[in-house]
Design a protein. Structure first.
Length: 95
């Protein structure tokens, strides 16, 4: 991530690590289909992952409508994915 000089100063003054700041180009919420596609899953596969993995981020709705889309928080999905990547060496060593 590239931050301007003023953004860096502001983050230092507020004690905010640069890695936790979301860039404007990153979406805050991802649609259900987008998460499935990024993970290489079908909609059914993502539903199965949600049902079987209590650590996977839970979807939310931005409105109360019956046909409202399900969304996922971008950073929650990203952090879950990074944890899975970091745990892969410990899983492969257990075999």
């Amino acid at each position: 991530m590239i931050f301007s000089f003023f953004e860096k100063i502001l983050m230092l003054e507020m004690n905010i690590p640069q890695s936790t700041v979301i860039q404007a180009s990153e979406p805050f919420a991802l649609k259900f289909n987008d998460v499935a596609k990024k993970l290489g899953l079908s909609r059914t596969g993502l539903n199965f992952l949600i049902a079987k993995n209590p650590d996977f981020p839970r979807p939310f709705k931005l409105s109360d409508g019956e046909k409202a889309h399900n969304y996922f928080d971008y950073m929650e999905v990203f952090n879950w994915y990074e944890i899975q990547k970091n745990n892969r060496s410990s899983v492969s060593n257990k075999k």
